[in-house]
Design a protein around this ligand. Structure first.
Ligand code: F3S
Length: 426
């Protein structure tokens, strides 16, 4: 791989051992990918503070420096970790103190995470603690090269913001934050950003649930390719696109999609395909929609719901406001829990606006930092849960061995206050 003089200097130790280890990792990684060079990034989103058994063991052996060296730099020497060279943020991590005692999630993990947070924030990592960094201040601009992890964030970054990132891992983001470099391949290359497939909605895609269902179909259909979507699409908002992208990255591995006239790199269908003729569309009609609904509800048998989960990807302030509105002067069913997951910064605004109070008075909780799928924990005794998120409906039954119902926000709130699932496809 071609290296600039600056990069060679970093590799050879001009900026210290940690940067040299980071550059060595990026060179090996880039060579394995066939990248011809590195590209500068000033926007890294990783998962340094998220606890894991391996991190705990390494921390106990040699502190956070050792954990970072081994996990994020693939280096087994004892090295000092300097301040991050470029702006870096922490994505979602494990449950935080606000979830202590609510689940079987280990208190030691919350403590470990607190210790990691102090260490990394001293080194310049912004603890956003969310899968939606773009909702709380990390908003790259169109064309900006980024190094992000988290599939739902990556697809939003590429598609909605028009910034450029591959779906990175702990090691490559760790090395990128210390060098400000990432291999120039995949989604960074302009020629790899045009659509490959065309999908046409013949049914109306006009609300949060429908965008999630359509996304699930698109991901299942194109897997890791790049879809352009057209048809009966109502104007989406941030939450719709967040849900759509997360669903495409759940049933498939979509990292970039185009909606002509909506997303920034597709002012037109022609532009989405880079001037090449668009292929014949794959149709999403009533049968396909029903298939998605049946698939996402394939795990539900009992209609007794003991847990309702909202906020995957993490809820926006508008979504929390809507939940609060629906819960005004109502009480949750005895024995049914409701959790709304959101970034901590938005929780502060929800507190300020009184939304948290309304949700809490009804018996629900607004929690931050993580989610049941990520922390592998739900309220004790959960057997059946309901959600408006295609991603959680897909993953949580396998992760926790529980039944799932997927539906609209209104149906989920109804389940929370009645303890019964009464949803259905209209
Ligand atoms: Fe976020 Fe958890 Fe969903 S990390 S995207 S809320 S699975």
């Amino acid at each position: 791989m071609f290296l600039t003089d600056e990069e060679k200097g970093m590799r050879d130790g001009a900026e210290g051992e940690a940067v040299a280890a980071a550059m060595d990792l990026l060179i090996r990684y880039g060579d394995a990918l066939g990248a011809e060079r590195l590209v500068e990034t000033r926007n890294v989103a990783g998962t340094m503070t998220q606890p894991s058994p391996a991190k705990r063991r390494l921390f106990e052996e040699g502190g956070w420096a050792k954990a970072y060296a081994v996990i994020n730099l693939d280096c087994d020497r004892e090295i000092e970790i300097p301040r991050m060279r470029v702006p870096t943020c922490q994505l979602q991590h494990g449950f935080g103190p606000d979830a202590a005692g609510l689940t079987k999630y280990a208190p030691e993990s919350i403590e470990l995470q607190g210790s990691a947070e102090s260490y990394y924030s001293e080194r310049g990592v912004n603890i956003l603690a969310t899968c939606t960094p773009y909702q709380v201040g990390n908003l790259p601009v169109r064309g900006e090269h980024c190094a992000w992890m988290e599939s739902s964030a990556v697809v939003y970054c590429n598609s909605v913001l028009g910034a450029r990132t591959n779906c990175e891992g702990g090691a490559s983001t760790g090395a990128a934050s210390l060098t400000g470099k990432i291999p120039y391949w995949g989604n960074h290359l302009p020629e790899n950003r045009f659509a490959t497939h065309l999908l046409q909605a013949d049914v109306s895609v006009d609300d949060f649930q429908e965008w999630g269902m359509f996304g699930y179909f698109v991901g299942e259909t194109v897997q890791e390719a790049r879809p352009a979507v057209i048809g009966e699409l109502a104007q989406p908002d941030l939450a719709d696109l967040k849900h759509f992208g997360a669903a495409t990255a759940t049933s498939g591995g979509v990292e970039l999609y185009h909606i002509p006239g909506i997303t920034p790199e597709a002012p037109s269908l022609e532009a989405a395909f880079g001037g090449r003729p668009a292929p014949e569309p794959i149709r999403y009609g009533p049968r396909e929609r029903e298939w998605v609904y049946e698939t996402l509800n394939g795990q539900g048998t009992s209609t007794d719901v003991d847990f309702v989960l909202l906020g995957c990807p993490h809820a926006s302030l508008d979504q929390i406001a809507r939940i609060a509105y629906l819960l005004e002067d109502r009480r949750l069913h005895d024995g049914t829990e409701l959790w709304v997951m959101t970034p901590r910064a938005l929780r502060t605004m929800a507190d300020r606006n009184g939304y948290t109070r309304t949700i809490t008075q009804a018996g629900g909780r607004v929690l931050t930092d993580s989610c049941p799928a990520m922390s592998k924990a739900a309220p004790p005794g959960t057997r059946v849960f309901a959600t408006d998120s295609a991603k959680q409906a897909h993953y949580l039954p396998a992760i926790l061995g529980i039944e799932a119902w997927f539906g609209s926000l209104d149906e989920c709130i109804d389940a929370a206050v009645t303890g019964r699932w009464r949803g259905g496809l209209s």
